[in-house]
Design a protein around this ligand. Structure first.
Ligand code: PEP
Length: 251
């Protein structure tokens, strides 16, 4: 059966010291309260090696928030998938709406990044989701379908089976507005059906599809209770160990 996952996305927050302290706090809480889901911390690049060294890898996975679309070479300021792998991290968040909006990441670029992440035996946590105008125009189904098709549908069924999806309506990210459980279930079921049409029911049923967008301890349970919501990608509420654990404890 597919895995339930709660993944934090720290974004550009926390100095190295603060980040290691937070990771250690999460680790200690989970040692005392065994989680019923996979837990992942998405840290800035500079934290990855130290966090991966400090946490119990049975309890806490570690994710980069991005990686380069090139293998190596003269790309000043970039970090390759192979470099991420060498830190001990196991996941890479790809296609976050902030990367798409502020750094021009297109589906074509994300296709390259996905291939490099998989080639380095890392797990992509691949983000999709519509902006408010697209939702209001009723285009959200088409938008997520296109994002998946253009960035991921070149993959073999075997490789697609290694991908985790995160549906994140952009209008809900960091806004305090959450998709209702019904809205989340409706589009998650649509996403799973889209996968089934391409790869068959087995691959679709094995794919974890996370929800992201103002998920917090007070609403996680009703979101995760939906049959097609397999956990969450958590921004703001992942920056405090207690809040993050409140979401993990929804499973
Ligand atoms: C995110 O950035 O992936 C996110 C879901 O943020 P927040 O939980 O703060 O809305």
């Amino acid at each position: 059966m597919r895995q339930n996952i709660v993944a934090g996305n720290w974004k550009m927050n926390n100095t190295l010291e603060e980040g290691v302290t937070l990771a250690n706090e999460v680790n200690e809480i989970l040692k005392a309260n065994k989680p019923n889901c996979k837990v992942v911390l998405g840290t800035p690049f500079i934290h990855l090696a130290e966090v991966a060294k400090n946490v119990d890898c049975e309890l806490v996975g570690v994710a980069a928030q991005n990686c380069a679309d090139k293998v190596s070479g003269a790309y000043t300021g970039e970090t390759s998938a192979a470099m991420v792998k060498s830190t001990g991290a196991q996941y890479v968040i790809l296609g976050h709406s902030e990367r798409r909006a502020y750094y021009g990441e297109t589906n074509a670029i994300l296709k390259e990044k996905t291939d490099l992440v998989l080639a380095n035996e890392l797990t992509p946590i691949f983000c999709i989701g519509e902006v408010l105008e697209e939702r209001e125009a009723g285009k959200h189904f088409d938008v997520v379908k296109e994002q998946i098709e253009e960035a991921l549908f070149h993959l073999s069924a075997e490789d697609f089976g290694k991908v985790v999806l995160a549906y994140e309506p952009v209008w809900a990210i960091g806004t305090g507005k959450t998709a209702s459980p019904e809205q989340a279930q409706e589009i998650h079921a649509f996403i799973r059906q889209t996968l089934a049409n391409k790869y068959g029911a087995e691959v679709a049923n094995e794919t974890s599809i996370l929800y992201g967008g103002s998920c917090k301890p007070s609403n996680a349970k009703e979101l995760f209770a939906n049959p097609d919501v397999d956990g969450g990608l958590i921004g703001g509420a992942s920056l405090k160990a207690e809040d993050f654990h409140g979401i993990i404890a929804a499973f």
